[in-house]
Design a protein around this ligand. Structure first.
Ligand code: GUN
Ligand code: ZN
Length: 434
């Protein structure tokens, strides 16, 4: 295959380590006048333009951006495709919200044409917001996942998804059975897992909507295939936590239910974890599991404040999640805006470089994909963004008062949203242009 080489010149910023472990200064690389070199969809070099330009052949096309910042593509570790049409549903907290809004909305995915239409809208929305990889809940219907993967495959996106398994405590029109959930998941795994840049996630919705038999079969699936993901919800809402205690009185607590059914592990991502206790954080960390921190959802559904410092104390992997439609924005920049406030309300700080880490390399680590995405290191997939410093009049004016990259980054995360994302590239191809 002939080499396709392209180069992009702008300010360039990426995370290279967790600031909680190495300190802020050692956690990132910043090139004020940088160059990113892409060979056949992978990054082959990143550095100062003055160092790299002389190494390029004269005929290599160099795209030069003024007033722009190149970053890795953003990683959303928790989002629901079939809730795209119900973002911003009024009035309820988790359990009533599920019954009143979520289940009826997800039931529309019994219609294949609807599933295809929403998959298309959803993927466009991810890319418009600079999200190049997401860990995605489908509905209970296998075609929600088929439609999503078909659309993602066309653009060669790195995506992870699974069909919801739920065989109790939900309306009849939206449940599978332990056996059908297992068989349908298996068929989807055979079709999609490891195809191109696609991966499958076994997806029991949460402990209250699965029987012990279904949870056992979910655990069995994880044992049957290598490198499968597992995604579910945990300890989001106090009433939910009490309900799990009633449903599983024989278990020590919420996490122990999942632990018992062998659902913890290096590719397991638990959404929310707002009400986890210290011991549960320790157990999650010990098993290499990750938590998806979903601040816009936790505010919107009145769930509570995620304790990031406790997770850091245990060296627990944490990614960022929008949790659309419990969350109110597809934008991980806006999600970071809210994450900052979650920390403020707990008397803690979220530095802009920790925020960058959470939305990129931290998410990649939560998904065990840090050798492929989340940074701009040589040899990784060319999934990257061009952020526009002049996206809005206010952003443009505000950034002119900023003195360094730390301040610019923080303002981007406070004022930024989909308008800030000028271009999104996946595997070296332009997949969104504002
Ligand atoms: N817990 C179980 N299902 C859901 C869901 O769809 N959204 C949220 N935020 N929490 C859940
Ligand atoms: Zn969710």
């Amino acid at each position: 295959m002939p080499l396709t080489r392209k180069a992009y010149r702008a300010a360039i910023l990426h995370s290279i380590a967790d600031p909680a472990i190495v300190g802020i200064e050692a956690s990132y690389e910043y090139f004020e006048d940088g160059l990113l070199v892409i060979d056949n969809g992978q990054i082959s070099a990143v550095g100062h333009a003055s160092d790299l330009l002389p190494t390029l052949a004269a005929d290599i096309e160099v795209t030069h951006y003024q007033d722009a910042l190149i970053t890795p593509g953003l990683i959303d570790t928790h989002i629901h495709l079939p809730q795209t049409g119900m973002v911003g549903a009024y009035g309820e907290q988790l359990l009533d919200w599920l019954n009143t809004y979520t289940f009826p909305c997800e039931s529309q995915f019994a219609d294949k044409a609807h599933a295809e239409e929403v998959a298309d809208i959803f993927i466009k929305e991810l890319l418009r917001n600079g999200t190049t990889t997401a860990l995605v809940f489908g509905s209970v219907h296998p075609q929600s996942v088929n439609s999503f993967f078909e659309a993602a495959e066309k653009l060669d996106l790195r995506m992870i998804a699974g069909k919801v398994m739920m065989d109790r405590n939900a309306p009849d029109y939206l449940t599978d059975t332990a056996e059908s959930g297992y068989q349908e998941s298996k068929a989807l795994i055979e079709r999609w897992h490891g195809k191109g840049r696609l991966h499958y996630a076994v997806t029991p919705r949460f402990a209250p909507t699965s029987t012990p038999e279904q949870l056992a079969l979910a655990g069995q699936l994880l044992g049957e295939y290598p490198d499968l993901y597992m995604q579910t919800h945990i300890s989001e809402n106090k009433q939910e936590v009490e309900w799990v205690k009633e449903l599983f009185p024989e278990r020590k607590g919420y996490l122990d239910v999942y632990d018992h059914y062998k659902l913890l592990g290096e590719r397991s991502v638990f959404a929310h974890g707002v009400h986890l206790c210290d011991d549960e954080c320790a157990r999650l960390a010990q098993t290499g599991s990750a938590v998806a921190f979903c601040p816009t959802s936790n505010f919107f559904l009145g769930s509570g404040l995620f304790n990031l410092p406790m997770a850091e104390k245990h060296k627990l992997n944490v990614g960022l999640g929008t949790d659309v439609g419990g969350g109110t924005s597809f934008s991980l920049l806006q999600t970071l805006n809210e994450a900052y406030k979650v920390m403020q309300l707990q008397g803690a700080r979220l530095s802009p470089f920790k925020s960058l880490y959470l939305a990129t390399l931290g998410g990649a680590r939560a998904l065990r994909l840090e050798d492929k995405i989340g940074t701009l290191q040589r040899g990784t997939d060319a999934d990257f963004l061009v952020l526009d410093y002049n996206a809005t009049p206010l952003l443009s004016y505000r950034l002119k008062q900023a003195n360094d990259i730390a301040e610019r980054l923080f303002v981007l995360m406070t004022l930024g949203d989909d308008r800030t994302v000028l271009q999104t590239y996946a595997a070296g191809q332009l997949v969104h242009q504002r």
